[in-house]
Ligand binder design. Structure first.
Ligand code: SF4
Ligand code: SF4
Ligand code: SF4
Length: 581
């Protein structure tokens, strides 16, 4: 460790660090002094270079250097705001803005935009760009919308798709500030092998990438007196949506979320944790059956639609490993339009089911075949956490001022096991709690399966469950999934049960979650902080096993029969198919 100075302030750093890392890694310096260095491209772990020209500092004796490329030396003196640094940065920013649709008022990212931050630092209001901007059409390609008018050509989306997801569905075409993000193959993102995970959106520093906006259609349904509109809220959203209202990362606001959705005017406000528990009933039952009857192993989870798209597109030969369970989103819709419709005497055709999800791939899931238990689509609209936060803002609701409320019943009670579905390893742990009781024939004390917790991309463990050695793995991020699938294919790795999540860290870091800026992500692990909230909720829940949820027990007693029954299969299971079949 040694010291350098940034803007005259002492900063402790280490051998091999870059000036940029030094400026952010010394927490004392970061919070006490102004050591900020401008950047627009760099994102730790994703895009670890900066070609914008903005990320410069002056080092006396060396001149102007790129802070991301230059390694610190003992006693180095760094100036982040010298006259020359600022002069060059302003020129670069003017150039970026000339190629940018500067309509902040109508942009989804306003208030949470990294380009706006740079403009504030350089005070462009004193010297605004006045040239008219010639806009090109925005391209809505399935659920992903690309707006070249807002793109600053940072390359983060390309890097996320290629490095984190191992897919490479998009590429940069052209050079400099007129380059475009285009599909790598074919004309559309789907032709290019995009699985709709939305990881490219979460890393975009500006409003150039976003999901199809379904807010207006949902609000129209809510205002329609002929419709009965219900909404469900996924587990991980309670650990993230508050970030859109200025709360610290990972603040748990389950009760406020329920209150906000009710205030918008939904007829019923339900909890997807209920159908996460239902998923465990069906999935654990399927696992036990496969083990006892020599079925296909390892069994793969099927609750993540990004992973399903990936498996169908890239590993079609392994489809029969997938559990036939629908995702919790779809199981929930199926139960609303059959069980609830029957119980409350409301025709399924009159019901509109809306979801609040951490995910963009769930929008694509709505269009799948075999997802219509009542003869109509199980779910009608799937909104991301970002869209729901925007809807709350558009309705003029003060989120922090809301009192905590409960979700509606039935379909509103969920266990701690269902709550941890939002974190990588959570589905596995929830399934193990239930399988352990079932295979032992009586309730077991074991509740925490710590080996499958944490943000590591691949976690493996072997558990003794009812006299069986159960070999399990939990994987998140598709690059990690690819590596593990190859090992399974060649027989190098052997498991009984594997949980797959497309997004690194699981749904807490889903492609539909509130975007956090690069400088926040540099010093916070948003996956771990949001997941901690879910584990805390689980730890303090009196109900921690899915099969002990009283609403689940009642659902089977009065409607479905038993897990894996003919009726449960008809309503809660589906078919997955290799692409092209
Ligand atoms: S991307 Fe940022 S700077 Fe550009 S219009 Fe949107 S909010 Fe404004
Ligand atoms: S949604 Fe996922 S797969 Fe599609 S382009 Fe973005 S990162 Fe790649
Ligand atoms: S779309 Fe967003 S992430 Fe991709 S290059 Fe443009 S600004 Fe960067």
């Amino acid at each position: 460790m040694f010291q350098i100075t940034i803007n005259g302030n002492p900063v402790t750093t280490h051998d091999g660090a870059t000036i940029f890392e030094a400026a952010y890694e010394d927490q004392y310096a970061r919070t006490q002094f102004d050591t900020d260095i401008l950047s627009l491209h760099y994102l730790k772990g994703v895009q670890e270079k900066e070609d914008s020209g903005l990320c410069i500092v002056e080092v006396p004796g060396k001149g102007i250097v790129n802070a991301v490329d230059t390694v610190v030396e003992p006693f180095m003196v760094v100036l982040t705001k010298s006259e020359e640094v600022r002069r060059r940065q302003k020129e670069i920013l003017q150039d970026i803005l000339k190629h940018h649709d500067r309509d902040c008022r109508n942009c989804n990212r306003t208030g949470n935009c990294e380009l706006q931050d740079v403009q504030y630092s350089l005070r462009t209001t004193k010297n605004p760009v006045t040239e008219a901007f010639d806009a090109v059409p925005v391209r809505a390609d399935g659920i992903i919308v690309r707006d070249d008018n807002k793109c600053i050509r940072c390359g983060r989306c390309v890097a996320a798709c290629e490095k984190i997801q191992g897919i490479g569905a998009i590429k940069m075409e052209g050079e400099g500030l007129t380059a475009k993000i285009v599909p790598s193959k074919g004309e559309t993102l789907i032709e290019s092998g995009c699985v709709g995970c939305g990881q490219c959106i979460t890393v975009c520093p500006v409003g150039a990438l976003y999901e199809r906006d379904d807010v207006a259609a949902v609000l129209e349904a809510v205002r329609d007196p002929e419709k009965y509109v219900v909404i469900q809220a996924a587990p991980s959203v309670r650990a993230s949506i508050s970030e859109a209202f200025g709360y610290p990362i990972g603040s748990g606001t389950k009760g406020k979320l329920a209150a906000a959705l009710r205030k918008i005017g939904f007829d019923r406000v339900f909890d997807t944790v209920f159908s996460a528990d239902l998923t465990i009933m069906e999935e654990a039952n399927e696992l036990v059956e496969r083990i006892q009857n020599g079925g296909k192993l390892p069994m793969f989870t099927s609750c993540c639609p990004g992973w399903i798209n990936y498996c169908e597109t890239y590993y079609g030969d392994m489809i029969d490993h997938l559990s036939s369970c629908k995702s919790p989103q779809q199981m929930f819709g199926a139960m609303v339009k059959t069980f609830l419709a029957e119980k409350e005497g409301i025709p399924a055709e009159k019901i509109v089911v809306v979801s609040t999800m951490p995910c963009t791939a769930k929008k694509r899931e709505l269009g799948r075949d075999y997802q219509n238990a009542a003869g109509v689509p199980d779910v009608d609209y799937s909104l991301t956490s970002r869209e729901v936060a925007r809807m709350i803002q558009m309705e003029g609701i003060s989120f922090p001022g809301l009192d905590e409320e409960e979700f509606d019943a039935p379909l509103g009670i969920g266990s701690g096991a269902g709550t941890i579905f939002g974190a990588t390893g959570g589905v596995m742990e929830a399934a193990l709690r239930t399988a352990n009781d079932w295979l032992n024939g009586e309730p077991q004390n074991a509740l925490d399966f710590a080996e499958v917790r944490g943000v590591a991309g691949v976690k493996e463990a072997t558990y003794k469950v009812g006299g069986l050695e159960l070999r399990v793995a939990a994987v998140s991020g598709l690059e990690n999934a690819k590596a593990l699938l190859e090992k399974i294919r060649t027989g190098e790795a052997q498991y009984d049960f594997v949980e797959f999540m497309a997004c690194p860290g699981g749904c807490v870091n889903g492609g539909g979650q509130p975007q956090q800026k690069a400088k926040v992500r540099m010093i916070n692990d948003i996956r771990a902080e949001r997941a901690m909230t879910l584990y805390h909720l689980d730890q303090h829940d009196s109900l921690r096993k899915s099969h002990e949820n009283p609403e689940i027990i009642e659902l089977y007693d009065t409607f479905l029969g038993k897990p894996g029954s003919e009726k449960a299969h008809a309503y809660l299971h589906t078919k997955y198919q290799a692409k092209g079949e």
